[in-house]
Design a protein around this ligand. Structure first.
Ligand SMILES: [Zn+2]
Length: 123
């Protein structure tokens, strides 16, 4: 892994992750390059970008990916089989492919999560 580059966490849909990074980069008005390699995605800064802002962007993107991964893991521990995340702005939704239980997450300064897939076992 090169300096200034981050990869999508294992278990997180690479396309969802790339979209998060791109969206965040647009909001921050900085340029990133993302690429896909098999089941992982990578993002690197445009070399002209100042290191500090870049580092913050990468940290946030990474934190979001890890947060979504954590929520999916919680659901899996209850027996659910969550599909990949659907995104609308800062809100993410996933559902269990066997019982339809949902997971909601709103990511931002503070992550808010909800949904029966996080509290009730898969029947
Ligand atoms: Zn389920």
């Amino acid at each position: 892994m090169h300096r200034g580059q981050v990869s999508s966490p294992a278990g997180v849909d690479p396309e969802t992750w790339r979209e998060q990074i791109r969206h965040q980069a647009r909001q921050d008005k900085i340029r990133v390059i993302t690429r896909r390699d098999g089941t992982r995605a990578f993002a690197a800064l445009n070399p002209s970008v100042a290191d500090k802002r870049a580092g913050e962007l990468m940290q946030r993107a990474l934190a979001r990916g890890l947060e979504l991964q954590r929520l999916a893991q919680t659901a899996r521990e209850l027996g659910h089989k969550p599909i990949g995340w659907l995104r609308s702005d800062d809100e993410y939704v996933s559902v269990c492919s066997s019982c339809g239980a949902r997971i909601y997450a709103r990511v931002g300064a503070k992550t808010v999560d909800d949904g029966e897939a996080l509290t009730d076992p898969c029947p």
